[in-house]
Ligand binder design. Structure first.
Ligand SMILES: Cc1ncc(COP(=O)(O)O)c(C=O)c1O
Length: 363
């Protein structure tokens, strides 16, 4: 069985849009795309439509992730890949995705837009938010329930920060063969020491790994995400993808951050962020307002507070913005703190100390 059998059948026959850039990329005088003949900005080639999948960028990403260039699809953040996967593999009103909350919100949003069922099998809130492997496998294999097309595994998970062991992902892949795709979202993979699921790609056509330049590589504003998958899957996603997803200026910046010297600087920043994560966690654990700091392998910490709303409002009044997590199961008392600079954390602490002081005086 091919992974193509899991896709929406009508898309297999769809030719997709054939862009002018794809039809003829070689040439000297381009009169085929109704572009302006000259750039309005000196030195910028912005009057031309960009390459839909720049080979130089795909090659640089392939080297970074240890895969082949034809296993890389670049798009507007990994958000775009989530949307494309949902639209290609889920028949509206028939198919389902499996997610394990609390987790990244876009999986469910994209599924609901596509009118795909969202099956929620929560992380084990009583056991460090462990991934519910057995329950997920049972749901995938249940012949009486709606067909599952995509299973999302977010590792390290947003917003809890914990990881799913590689061996568990491997087991999930084995039971999913011929049933559904396993989408491993490694948006925060650079901050963790666990092996990437990319090594599964050569063995499994139904495994997809999502990576992004938005987090460790510092390019959130440029919107570069990477979907690593079998060329068959990438071919399908490209059929429904916008003709020119990436602006040329964003591609140019991405190539800069993927140059060897920039990658070395990124590694140093990752090490510094991880050290700062440990320092922040240690300081928070001493703070009387804090109930628990969840262990994290990402560039954020989920922190339980005695009074999260008061902390949130107090920090906001001082211009410090955290992420509220009360809508997530098992995290009603938690706030998420992204790892910032040491100076930003010092300010955070000064503000928390001030609030703790007022509480002690009132008591
Ligand atoms: C787990 C996870 N996946 C994917 C994304 C989307 O990242 P981007 O679209 O910037 O690549 C995020 C963003 O916060 C995330 O937390």
């Amino acid at each position: 069985m091919s992974v193509l059998d899991l896709a929406r059948p009508e898309l297999l026959a769809l030719a997709g849009y054939s862009s002018a850039r794809l039809e003829a990329s070689q040439g000297r005088i381009f009169l085929n795309a109704n572009e302006a003949p000259e750039s309005p900005v000196v030195g910028a080639d912005c009057h031309r439509y960009p390459d839909p999948q720049p080979e130089s960028l795909r090659q640089a990403l392939a080297t970074l992730y240890g895969v082949d260039a034809d296993q890389c699809l670049v798009g507007r953040g990994s958000d775009e890949a989530i949307d494309l996967l949902t639209r290609v593999f889920c028949r509206a009103g028939q198919d389902a995705i499996v997610i394990s909350p609390p987790t990244f919100g876009m999986y469910a949003v994209c599924a609901r837009v596509q009118n795909a069922e969202v099956v929620e099998i929560p992380l084990d809130t009583t056991n460090g938010f462990a991934y519910p492997l057995e329950a997920v496998m049972a749901r995938i294999m249940d012949p009486s329930a709606s067909p599952v097309r995509l299973v999302y595994v977010c590792t390290p998970n947003n917003p809890t920060g914990n990881e799913v062991p590689f061996e568990w992902i491997e087991r999930l892949c084995l039971v999913s063969v011929g049933r559904c795709l396993v989408v491993v979202d490694e948006a925060y993979g650079e901050f963790s020491g666990t092996a990437s699921a990319t090594s599964l790609l050569s063995r499994h056509e139904h495994v997809v790994v999502l990576r992004t330049l938005s987090k460790a590589h510092g390019l959130a504003g440029e919107r570069i995400g990477v979907c690593l998958a079998a060329p068959t899957v990438i071919g399908l996603l490209r059929k429904i993808m916008a003709p020119y997803p990436l602006p040329a200026s964003a591609v140019a910046l991405a190539l800069q951050v993927l140059a060897p010297a920039a990658l070395a600087a990124t590694s140093a920043r990752i090490a510094a962020a991880n050290a700062e994560r440990s320092r922040l966690a240690g300081l928070l654990r001493e703070c009387p307002l804090v109930r628990e700091v969840l262990p994290s392998a990402a560039n954020f910490l989920a922190v339980r507070f005695t009074d999260p709303n008061r902390v949130y409002q107090h920090l906001l009044s001082r211009g410090i913005v955290l992420r509220q997590l009360q809508k997530y199961p098992g995290l009603a008392d938690a706030l998420r703190i992204s790892i910032g600079t040491p100076a930003e954390h010092d300010e955070l602490f000064t503000a928390l100390k001030a609030l703790a002081g007022t509480r002690q005086e009132a008591a």
